[in-house]
Design a protein around this ligand. Structure first.
Ligand code: 5GP
Length: 210
């Protein structure tokens, strides 16, 4: 583990008595389906849910904070985390930067009995499924392919070539839905976030009555 990526979640809180480990939930889905928006909505409204902060070698975008949105690390630091076995999963996303889930904070959150969420790409989701077969695998799907394309193009943060590459990736990623335990359709961010939390902590949601 590197100095810049502490192995203790900052918001862990003291554990006063033994609790049953909770189940890990993995949220994956195609590019631009809104995984980040859904997890941000959960972060804002559900402090009881622990959300993993990934390490990445990509540069921060404006407004992104080290340790909040990602741990922004150098290639060398990422190499060291891989060598140390400090990552639960990692992948090169969109043929560009590397992204990975620091393992120790996940273990700690689960041991503390907190519902824990990973928002990662499909390659990472497959690795977690192999390593932790009990993890609940949730696929976030767009309402339609046209809507996904609109979101992908509308975001406007990537150039033409990068957009095409992401679209090609999205086609492959959509086909992976059948590998997952459950699908949540992201027609509206807050509703999708609430549905996901209901799945995670067993509360009844609109599509999952008690
Ligand atoms: P962005 O650079 O737009 O924040 O994220 C690009 C992609 O990387 C998203 O699909 C996101 O789900 C994925 N990603 C973020 N963190 C991780 C991680 O820790 N592991 C993996 N495998 N993918 C991640």
């Amino acid at each position: 583990m590197t100095e810049s990526v502490p192995d203790t979640p900052p918001d862990d809180g003291p554990v006063t008595q033994p609790v049953a480990p909770t189940r890990l939930t993995v949220l994956a889905g195609p590019t631009a389906v809104g995984k980040g928006s859904v997890s941000a909505d959960i972060r804002a409204g559900h402090p009881e849910v622990w959300i993993s902060v990934s390490a990445t070698t990509r540069a921060p975008r404006p407004g992104e904070q080290h340790g909040v949105h990602y741990w922004f690390v150098s290639d060398r630091e990422f190499d060291r985390m891989v060598e140390d076995g400090a990552l639960l999963e990692w992948a090169v996303v969109h043929g560009a930067a590397r992204y990975g889930t620091p393992r120790a904070p996940v273990d700690r959150a689960l041991a503390a009995g907190r519902p824990a969420l990973l928002e990662i790409d499909l390659q990472g989701a497959r690795q977690v499924h192999a390593a932790m077969p009990d993890a609940l695998m949730v696929f976030l799907a767009p309402p339609t392919w046209e809507e996904l394309v609109r979101r992908l193009v509308g975001r406007g943060t990537e150039g033409e070539e990068e957009r095409e590459r992401r679209l090609a990736t999205a086609r492959l990623e959509l086909a992976a839905e059948e590998e997952f335990d459950v699908t949540v359709v992201n027609a509206e961010i807050h509703a999708a976030a609430e549905e996901l939390v209901a799945l995670m902590i067993g509360r009844p949601g609109p599509d999952h009555p008690a």
